[in-house]
Design a binder for this molecule. Structure first.
Ligand SMILES: [Zn+2]
Length: 291
């Protein structure tokens, strides 16, 4: 069903990377610049991410011996350096996710470039290494983003939804690797509910949410795809939800044929496959011209 399934390492059936976007209070600060400081309960919900959930998530990854990827707004890295240092110390990837979760497609040309550069340099100052990848806050990738990311030396993007397997964004400046996901893999629809953040959903049980994610996993496993959940520590790192995810990681490992890797390793593998001719990606022009 996938026209160009990827030859994953060691004959694996699919690649898996749990990606956590550690947004913490950046989203509250962005939505309510004047009032965020007085929205104490919502702030506490968001701070649960770096303070409680990240150590828990790292414990599970250590238990199973897997390394994964965190996308962190640089403002959050500056505010929660210990969480970022723990991710790096344990061999996980920390990649970029804006400065204070600003939306690139709502910025001017000059502002998008300036905020991208600021987010990359400020994140690097905390993590100690350049970010290999980027996810646009709230998937708000602009018509300029691919070229700006190439200009900044970013290796891959993880904001788009255009395929089941990696693909290339062709721009006048060169080609950027896209590692796609989609909304069904995001934990906001099943778990997010916040009146202050204007997002109200009927909250699902962990099993209900996992039923969708497991269906996606089965399909990717069968056809050679890429399974990338887009999760948030303050949502999926909550106790009952992460307890279930801990169990499900074990189930995936027991199934076999699953390559768990940080996004930067998946990107490096894909680039090797393209270079040695063992795999050909679909190529999409970016930006798309007028219809
Ligand atoms: Zn985010």
């Amino acid at each position: 069903m996938i026209r160009n399934p990827v030859p994953w390492p060691d004959g694996a059936r699919c690649a898996v990377c749990f990606t956590f976007d550690m947004d913490a209070e950046s989203i509250l600060k962005l939505a309510h610049p004047q009032r965020a400081h007085s929205m104490v309960s919502t702030a506490s919900m968001l701070r649960y991410g770096p303070d409680v959930a990240v150590p828990r998530i790292l414990d599970s990854y250590r238990h199973y011996g897997i390394r994964q990827t965190f996308f962190v707004p640089a403002w959050c890295a500056e505010r929660y350096p210990r969480a970022v240092e723990a991710m790096i110390h344990e061999g996980h990837e920390v990649s970029a996710h804006g400065y204070v979760h600003e939306h690139p497609n709502e910025l001017s040309d000059e502002d998008e470039r300036r905020w991208l550069q600021r987010s990359l340099s400020a994140l690097r100052a905390v993590s100690g290494e350049p970010a290999a990848g980027w996810r646009a806050p709230l998937y708000n990738f602009s018509h300029r983003s691919a070229e700006l990311l190439l200009e900044a030396g970013v290796q891959y993007d993880a904001s788009l939804m255009g395929d089941d397997v990696p693909y290339l964004l062709h721009t006048p400046r060169g080609r950027l690797l896209e590692l796609p996901s989609h909304w069904a893999m995001d934990d906001w629809p099943p778990f997010m509910h916040s009146i202050d953040l204007n997002f109200q959903m009927p909250i699902q049980s962990p099993a209900g949410a996992w039923s969708t994610w497991w269906d996606e996993f089965e399909a990717m496993w069968e056809f050679g795809g890429l399974w990338i959940p887009v999760w948030h520590p303050f949502l999926s790192g909550r106790l009952a939800r992460w307890r279930m995810s801990h169990t499900m990681i074990g189930r995936m490992l027991d199934r076999g044929g699953v390559w768990f890797a940080p996004m930067r390793d998946i990107a490096a593998h894909i680039k090797r496959c393209i270079d040695d001719g063992s795999w050909s990606p679909r190529i999409e022009s970016q930006p798309h011209g007028p219809e």
